[in-house]
Every structure is written in C-alpha cells, then in structure tokens.
Design a binder for this molecule. Structure first.
Ligand code: ADP
Ligand code: MG
Ligand code: MG
Length: 362
C-alpha cells in the first residue's frame, strides 16, 4: 500500500523511485487496499492465471488472478518477482495479495504494471516493425533473460541465477514505446543459492517437462536434458526458445522484405504443425528430424545484417544444447545488429550524396 501510495503521489514522475524503494516494496508483504481495486477487463487467460486490466485508486494496473488450486504457482511467481525488481526488461511487480472470492474460497492476486500493447505475439500479429525497433524489442527481451540467468550480489541483496522455463512471445510484454519486458515467472526456477534444483529431486520430471510444447527444446522433447548440470541445461533450454522468438519477430521486420509484402505473423512451427501441436508431433519434428523454422523467401539479400541475424538464430536453437549462445552473448549479438544498421542508415545517407561507395546491407 505504501509503495502504490508513493507512486500515486509522484504522479507522472515514473522513474523517481530509487531502486531501494522498489526492492523494499517488492519484498514487503504489505497488503494493498483491495477495496479500491476494480477489475475492468479480461486481457489474458493462461494456464494458471487469469489476467485483468484493473484500476487501483485511479491508477491502471494489471492483475493476475490465481484460484486456490494454483496457490503454489502464485507463491512461486511472487517470490521470483521479488528477486528481480527493479529491471528495465522485467515486468514491473507492484504487489501481491490474497482475498476471499465470491464462492468463499481464497484467491490470489499479483498486481503489476499494465502494458497497454499486450504481449509480443499479439503485437506482431497486427503490426510490422522496422529494423531498429525489431532489434530494440528483441534486444530488450534478451537483456531481461540475461539478467534472469545471472547470479548477482548487490550489497546485502543476493539474486540467484534463475531459469524462466516458459520463454515464448506470449510471455513478453510490450510498453507503449515498444520496449519489451519478460513476464510470467510462474514456472521459473532458482538455479543457485539455498534451494537450487538438483537432479533426482522429487520433481525431476517437472524440471524437464514444463513450458509450452511449441517452444520446447529438442533435449526436453527427447527426454535427454542433462540433469547433471541443471543450471546450464535449463539456461540452454531458455535460449533455444529465445531463438524461435527472434524468428517470429524478425519475420515481421519490414526492412528485411524490401519492396515485398512482409510475411504474415506466424508462431514458430505454425506452418508445419498448426495451432495446437502435440508433444509427439513436436518430438518428431524438432528432436528427431532436427527441423527448425525456415527463413522467409523475402530474406534474399546477402547482407551482413541478414547473415548475422540468421547465424544468431541458428546459434540459439542449435540441436547441441552446449553449443548454444548464452543469453549474455545473444544480448551482445543483438546489440551489434542494432548498431550495424544505425551505421548503415548514415552510410546510405552519405551514399546518396557522394556516390563514392557501394551501398551495403538492408
Ligand atoms: P499465464 O501464466 O497464465 O500464461 P501470463 O502472466 O503469461 O499468465 O499472462 C497471460 C496473458 O495476459 C499474457 O500473455 C498477456 O497477453 C496478458 N498480460 C499479462 N500480464 C500483463 C500486463 N501486465 N499487461 C498487459 N497484459 C498482460
Ligand atoms: Mg503466460
Ligand atoms: Mg505462466
């Protein structure tokens, strides 16, 4: 309550809170005054939660509602969120609480910042993006994932390395300025610190078989996840899915299909397996046949940007999990791609005036 009140007082000065304020607020169990919370519109329905756009004392918020049967998911997501605040590329957590639903059972709420443009998948299905926006969006997701994967000591705060375990374009949210944040930590798992995952735990099966089937890495589908080095293995699974997310995003990049229609938005493997691929179908296609999404016909140019981009995707979704990029390395690659084109725009500009150098890229 304190936190939200503070934010309210500060009005539009969104970035005036110190990191410490946010950390404290995120870690406190201070209850929000739910009497003032109004749920206005259903905006998402996932496996464990129902998400509403809501309003709390005139402030627009998103509310993820868990029924009593999903209490463990709620607890887990809340505790992961507290570890991760604040970060520019992680969805902003405001508060968590419990209340009694109409049927007399408890229900659980996670309050977070409301992202008006919704999830990345939906955004891309209605909008194309230019090169620099696409780079910035995917770079942001990658930066969020790299942060998640990193073990950090900040003063007396400890942040363990965490695996997301459900990286998909539906679990990335888009800000009004089209920067992106990673969200939905309901399946996330601490990899270091006091209670990291261990092979042979009771939940070994759940360690290897969670997430969205479409984005499951070949070693998960094939039951060959390396549980001896759980930390690396689960990070590699996240990076595989990140590669698919890049493919979905850059397909919608207008600059990569110059003079041609930008391909319609597609989920990874949608062309091959449709809207509801089964585990077995995915297993055959991805684990056994080693199939990966095809690059669109319109990506013909042999430009440096396209070559680096394709290579980055392939290095993320490599069949050999250990050969994949780390999230940190993928972040650097994406950053280089962003710069490459900023440079090219200038280059192109110079070119039109001097006609001295061949135009390259994009
Ligand atoms: P689940 O764990 O059930 O998948 P998510 O946290 O992924 O729940 O939320 C489901 C959907 O709700 C997301 O894909 C997104 O479309 C929407 N959503 C979630 N949080 C927000 C938010 N803060 N702002 C806007 N839309 C959101
Ligand atoms: Mg989700
Ligand atoms: Mg989820």
């Amino acid at each position: 309550a304190l936190f939200l009140g503070y934010r309210m007082m500060k009005g539009k000065q969104k970035h005036s809170l110190s990191a410490l304020d946010v950390m404290e607020a995120a870690n406190s169990d201070a209850a929000v005054d739910l009497d003032h919370l109004k749920l206005l519109e259903l905006i998402g329905r996932g496996r464990y939660g129902t998400v509403f756009r809501g309003c709390l004392n005139d402030r627009c918020v998103a509310v993820k509602l868990f029924s009593s049967t999903n209490r463990l998911n709620f607890c887990s997501e809340r505790s992961i969120y507290s570890l991760l605040q604040p970060h520019d590329n992680i969805a902003r957590f405001l508060s968590a609480d419990e209340r009694t639903a109409a049927d007399g059972r408890p229900e659980f709420l996670i309050l977070m910042e409301y992202y008006p443009l919704g999830c990345l998948s939906r955004y891309l299905s209605v909008h194309t993006v230019d090169w620099s926006t696409c780079c910035r969006m995917t770079h942001g997701v990658t930066r969020g994932l790299a942060f998640l994967h990193t073990e950090l000591y900040r003063g007396d705060q400890y942040k363990p390395a965490v695996a997301h375990r459900d990286v998909t374009s539906r679990n990335v949210l888009v800000r009004a300025d089209r920067s992106c944040v990673l969200a939905d930590f309901g399946l996330s798992m601490r990899l270091t610190g006091s209670r990291p995952c261990r092979p042979g735990d009771d939940d070994t099966v759940s360690i290897s078989e969670v997430g969205t089937v479409r984005y499951m890495a070949p070693e998960v589908l094939g039951g060959a996840l390396n549980l001896r080095d759980c930390e690396s293995a689960l990070k590699q699974v996240d990076v595989y899915a990140l590669g698919l997310l890049y493919w979905e995003s850059f397909r919608r990049c207008s600059h990569l299909s110059p003079g041609e229609a930008v391909p319609e938005y597609q989920l990874a493997f949608q062309a091959e397996l449709g809207n509801h691929p089964s585990f077995e179908e995915m297993q055959i296609l991805v684990a056994r046949e080693k199939f990966r999404p095809r690059f669109p016909e319109t990506w013909k140019e042999n430009s440096l940007a396209l070559r680096s981009l394709k290579e980055t995707m392939e290095d993320c979704w490599d069949q050999d999990a250990e050969a994949r990029l780390t999230a940190q390395c993928a972040e650097e690659r994406l950053w280089d791609l962003t710069l490459l084109t900023t440079h090219n725009h200038r280059y192109t500009h110079t070119h039109t005036h001097t006609h001295t150098q061949p135009q390259e890229d994009l």
